[in-house]
Write a protein that binds this ligand. Structure first.
Ligand code: NAD
Length: 325
């Protein structure tokens, strides 16, 4: 049996767990969360998935309660960013972890990006970050259409969680253009942070501008007011797309079709339909299409450090960490 640890069984962790149920390789799954109510909800959600269970599942409140094996084929860390680096460091010290998937936003301190990188190398652990747009069939297929051209990428909507989602869009632009060098302009953000939907964390509204070395540009705008649905536009000199995930529709126009808009139906899978695919790929082939830790850490640090400077310069509170998750 292969051994999997899932640490953090909250909203997204319980969806990762649901996905694991459909894996056809028998697994020992250890679910770890200090919150009994998170463990109970995760268990309920797992049981709701209408597939015959072939796995052995153990629910525990601390990783130390996992007895019997130290060799772990794969661990998923789905806690919030504030505890993630400690959780990862403890995991890597206590177990022999071969593969790791981490949730975004990775960590809340700059030094953790370096120390975790070192530890991963020392322990020879492969690591990816769950920025899944590039793995979704629709978004994945656009890479060929844009053919690494510089793109103009915009996202607009009301109160959609600009910072927690920005890293998904930043990663997706990097994927489309094969370019991981970028800078951020924070001048058009609103100075006052707002509470995140995740307790104890912050969000920002306004516009983030992204400038990639290959010429791609991004404009991510989140309005404080209203209920504008999230809309994405991706434009190059040969092709343009409008995407409305909430309507499961996209519109495409290109030079070949004389720029005539064509409507297409799109499928945006849930996390509970995706984690199984990356886990199976890792267990069978030792790799998966998610972004590697190194590339993801590079994208995270540019975003978080710019936002950190922006927050500290625009308010009297001098923070010692990144208050985002
Ligand atoms: N990749 C994506 O598309 C995606 C989607 C949603 C959320 N996320 C990210 O996942 C993270 C978690 O989000 P959420 O909505 O599930 O939050 P959540 O608060 O629902 O879940 C966090 C869980 O971690 C548990 N926890 C806290 N400390 C722990 C520890 N030391 N060890 C183990 N578990 C611990 C909490 O008890 C809780 O159950 C956030 O960083 C969020 O941005 C990513």
């Amino acid at each position: 049996m292969r051994n999997i640890i899932l640490i953090g069984a909250g909203q997204i962790g319980s969806r990762h767990l649901q996905a694991l149920k459909s894996i056809q390789i028998p697994l020992n799954i250890y679910v770890v969360d200090p919150s009994n109510s998170s463990l109970l909800t995760a268990k309920e959600r797992y049981n709701l998935v209408n597939i015959q269970n072939i796995h052995n599942i153990v629910y525990v409140q601390k990783p130390e309660n996992i007895t019997g094996t130290k060799k772990i084929d794969l661990a998923i860390v789905a806690t919030n960013s504030d505890v993630r680096s400690d959780v990862v460091k403890n995991l890597l010290r206590f177990f022999e972890i071969r593969n790791l998937i981490l949730e975004k936003i990775l960590f809340n301190k700059l030094e953790d990006y370096v120390s975790v990188d070192k530890l991963l190398e020392e322990k020879k652990c492969r690591c990816w970050v769950d920025m899944s747009m590039r793995t979704m069939p629709f978004y994945n297929s656009l890479k060929k259409k844009f053919d690494k051209d510089a793109v103009l990428y915009s996202v607009t909507g009301s109160s959609f969680g600009l910072i927690t989602n920005a890293i998904h869009y930043i990663d997706y632009i990097a994927y489309l253009s094969d370019c991981y060098d970028y800078e951020i302009i924070t001048d058009y953000l609103e100075a006052k942070p707002v509470e995140s939907k995740r307790k104890g964390f912050l969000e920002l509204n306004g516009t983030i501008c992204l400038n990639y070395k290959n010429g791609s540009k991004g404009f991510l705008t989140c309005f404080t007011n209203g209920n504008l649905p999230v809309q994405m536009e991706i434009i190059s000199s040969n092709c343009k797309y409008i995407v409305k995930e909430s309507e499961k529709k996209a519109w495409v126009a290109n030079s070949k079709n004389r720029w005539k808009w064509k409507e297409i139906n799109i499928d945006i899978p849930y996390q509970s339909q995706m984690t199984n695919l990356v886990v199976e790929s890792i267990l069978n082939k030792g790799t998966c299409p998610l972004t590697s830790y190194k590339k993801s850490a590079k994208l995270h640090v540019v975003l978080l450090d710019s936002l950190y400077k922006f927050l500290n310069e625009s308010s009297n509170t001098k923070r010692k960490f990144y208050p985002f998750t």
